[in-house]
Write a protein that binds this ligand. Structure first.
Ligand code: 5GP
Length: 233
């Protein structure tokens, strides 16, 4: 199969003109790729977790690139043109937000905060406003950003409610978007413990990639626990 693109944790292969195969690898990176590791089984866990979330979004009428889960570690996805903007939704203050602004760790936001960042390791994913995104040419209109914001907030509502029933707090997450062949804006990439922060609702234990970023240990044990909880009815 022809490799279309290899990122830090996933590889994308061509299936046909309309579809691609997204392989979730066992690589873990942090700090724009500065810190690296491999954990056997991580790719399969993220592929399964992300498939569950993508299927949930589909049920709720939110457009995504997801077509099918091919166990253990692949998704069949629509081929899309990725918008080089990361959309971050935050329900609770932590991470880079408390490093950059005088927010107190753990502050709850209602309504949630939405941030747009440029996808660029070289520039460390800087936050952009509408004017910068338009001037850089990474989006074609203000409406496109507004639409991304609206979908991201809807995704937040759906995931937040679903996860809370499983005893997991959705702290924050990052989404990517793409345009399909008909020009529709769809949620792309993955939704997993690599791209979200999850805290145990009772103990507030960290159940996501912060375990790797902050050397807390037991990374896969917690990814496994997220998978176990979300696959229960
Ligand atoms: P922060 O800006 O606090 O580091 O991250 C906010 C949220 O977005 C976290 O859930 C984090 O996992 C996710 N996020 C932000 N940037 C990236 C990125 O470049 N890659 C990944 N995988 N997740 C990101």
């Amino acid at each position: 199969m022809k490799l279309i693109y290899a990122g830090k944790a996933k590889s994308l292969y061509e299936l046909d003109e309309e579809r691609a195969l997204m392989e979730f690898r066992d690589d873990l990176t942090a700090g724009d790729g500065a810190k690296k590791a491999r954990k056997a089984g991580k790719g399969a866990l993220n592929a399964e977790i992300s498939a569950t979330f993508m299927e949930l979004l589909r049920e709720k009428g939110i457009p995504t690139h997801f077509l099918d889960y091919e166990a253990p570690n692949k998704h069949v996805v629509k081929r899309v043109k990725i918008v080089p903007i990361e959309v971050i939704v935050r329900n609770i203050a932590t991470g880079s937000l408390v490093r950059r602004y005088p927010f107190k760790e753990g502050t709850e936001f209602s309504p949630p905060i939405v941030e747009f960042c440029l996808k660029s390791d070289e520039y460390h994913d800087p936050m952009v406003n509408e004017d910068i995104a338009l001037a850089l040419g990474v989006v074609s209109s203000r409406e496109e950003l507004a639409k991304m914001r609206e979908i991201a907030l809807k995704v937040n509502e759906v995931l937040r409610e679903f996860l809370l029933e499983k005893g997991i707090i959705l702290v924050d997450f990052k989404l990517e978007f793409g345009h399909d062949s008909e020009g529709n804006l769809v949620v792309a990439d993955e939704i997993s413990p690599d791209t979200c922060r999850f805290w145990d609702a009772k103990t507030k234990e960290i159940m996501d990639k912060d375990r790797f970023r902050r050397d807390l240990g037991d990374v896969l044990k917690y990814y496994e626990e997220v998978k176990r909880r979300i696959s229960q009815n």
